[in-house]
Design a protein around this ligand. Structure first.
Ligand code: GLN
Length: 476
């Protein structure tokens, strides 16, 4: 089996044609994982267990009782709980911690006969955009192993990019599914906040965190969303609205009105080839009869600071639970309760996580609360209102996913503020809770993937998926 399958429907055809079995598929992917070990995409591979499950799925296929995801071999980001499996968020502080229950999404994926092949490397507690903040080291880009994978779901993106599984599940707080997908030439989809349960997902910033699929086809993004989405008694922020049959409803989208951010083309901070791709597809969409118009977003400069103030504030609260007592790592040098907290946290958290806990604590502190946290909440509301205003006139907002392609490992900016600024295009969907997708739109002249992002109205996933499928076909 030399070729990769690029969608579940292809796999299903091969399965029903007797060309392959799920067991054969798992063996194939295990070989790919082994051959690409140097990319560091996995924190753990569930080899024996995945093979065992594959055999069970094969027999259910034979007896006609298999689920919708039979044949789908997936990887999960290592911040998603899977009962009786270790989960680390790529942090030393969760060293040796085993999940005592499964996240809702894992239960739903398994119930439909997906096979989970392993847990993927990521930035520590999903904080980062290059996967260099992992306790287990950086993930390397399959297109060029000297380059970063993007992050924080870097391992998940590379696992799909390098054909180590058919699809992977990531989490996206400020771009962590979309940006690594863009760096790796695959599809990354963040649904509307409230679409997919966060139960059993290690929290980073709870008012932003969303689970999302990373795939090589829009159909697979659609079916994974369909399976994972929908009300869950364990997550009260979830919408109760019914989940459409996204994968069956993929249809010709018709003529659309699309806004693009003018600054994405005029700003000197955006890579030339990234701009060229954007311009090329704006022209192409116009040729196809869509309305594509520039808009200016007056709060553009506030997106990144607003996101980081709020995300860090929420993180400082969420990460308070890692005290050296309840979970994972405990310092050997601890002598009493105080020193258990202090030393376990000092030794267990990495540098970036500590920076964010401290900044988050600062912006929430009594003397500064109004100046930072309360102000950022107000800014978030303005950003949401203005974005919704644009989307009341247009179907989508088109931007690059990231201002630059994947950069060289170790050569990211030493100044964290500069790194944070690279999240400019992805955090808008996160601050507003809107769905957004990153689509692979070809490579630059060095062979590095470039992605474009489409952002849509709340719960307009169906329109977004339909248009994405069409858009990608337009490319080919
Ligand atoms: N790069 C952003 C951050 O570091 C987004 C990360 C994410 O979406 N988890 O916060």
């Amino acid at each position: 089996m030399a070729n990769f399958y690029t969608s579940l429907s292809e796999v299903k055809n091969a399965l029903s044609g007797g060309e392959v079995t799920v067991e054969g598929l798992v063996k194939h992917y295990l070989e790919r994982i082994k051959a690409n070990g140097h990319l560091n995409a996995f924190n753990e591979v569930f080899a024996d267990e995945a093979l065992q499950r594959a055999i069970e799925v094969d027999s259910r296929i034979k007896s006609g009782t298999s689920g919708r995801l039979a044949g789908m071999v997936i990887a999960i980001k290592d911040n998603i709980s899977y009962k009786d499996h270790q989960v680390s968020a790529s942090s030393k502080i969760l060293d040796g911690f085993t999940a005592i229950f499964s996240s809702t999404i894992v239960e739903r994926l398994l119930a439909e006969d997906a096979v989970i092949i392993g847990r993927c490397n990521c930035d520590e507690f999903a904080m980062g955009a290059s996967n260099e903040n992992s306790y287990f080291g950086p993930v390397k880009n399959f297109a060029d192993p000297a380059k970063v994978s993007g992050g924080s779901s870097g391992g998940s993106a590379v696992a799909v990019q390098a054909g180590m599984c058919l699809a992977a599940i990531g989490t996206d707080t400020g771009g962590s599914v979309r940006q690594p997908a863009s760096f790796c030439g695959v599809i990354g989809f963040k649904p509307t906040y409230g679409r997919i349960s966060r139960h059993g997902i290690i929290a980073y910033a709870s008012s932003f965190d969303q689970v999302g699929p990373i795939t090589t086809s829009v159909e697979d993004a659609a079916i994974l969303l369909e399976v994972m989405a929908g009300a869950d008694e364990y997550d009260s922020t979830l919408s109760q609205r019914p989940v459409p049959h996204f994968s069956q409803n993929l249809a010709e989208p018709g003529k659309k009105k699309i806004a693009y951010l003018e600054e994405a083309i005029t700003s000197p901070g955006i890579d030339k080839e990234v701009k060229d791709v954007l311009v090329k597809y704006i022209d192409k969409l116009r040729e196809e009869g869509h309305t594509v118009e520039p808009v200016t977003f007056q709060y553009l400069d506030y997106l990144v600071p607003t996101y980081y103030i709020l995300a860090m504030a929420e993180a400082s609260s969420n990460l308070a639970r890692y005290d050296g007592v309840h979970y994972g790592y405990r310092s050997l040098a601890a002598t009493d309760l105080q020193s258990t907290y202090k030393k376990s946290r000092s030794e267990g958290f990495g540098k970036e996580v500590k920076r964010r806990i401290m900044l988050g604590t600062f912006v929430l502190s009594a003397g500064y609360y109004d100046a930072y946290y309360a102000k950022a909440q107000k800014a978030r509301r303005l950003i949401r209102e203005k974005t919704e205003e644009i989307l009341s006139e247009y179907d989508f907002i088109l931007t690059p996913t990231a201002p630059e392609p994947a950069f060289t490992i170790g050569e990211g900016s030493k100044d964290p503020v500069i790194s944070y600024l690279a999240d400019i295009f992805t955090v808008q969907a996160s601050l507003t809770g809107l769905p957004a997708i990153s689509l692979p739109m070809g490579n630059n002249n060095k062979g590095l993937p470039l992605g474009l992002q489409l952002l849509a109205n709340k719960f307009a996933e169906e329109q977004l998926l339909n248009f994405s499928k069409y858009f990608l076909e337009l490319k080919n």
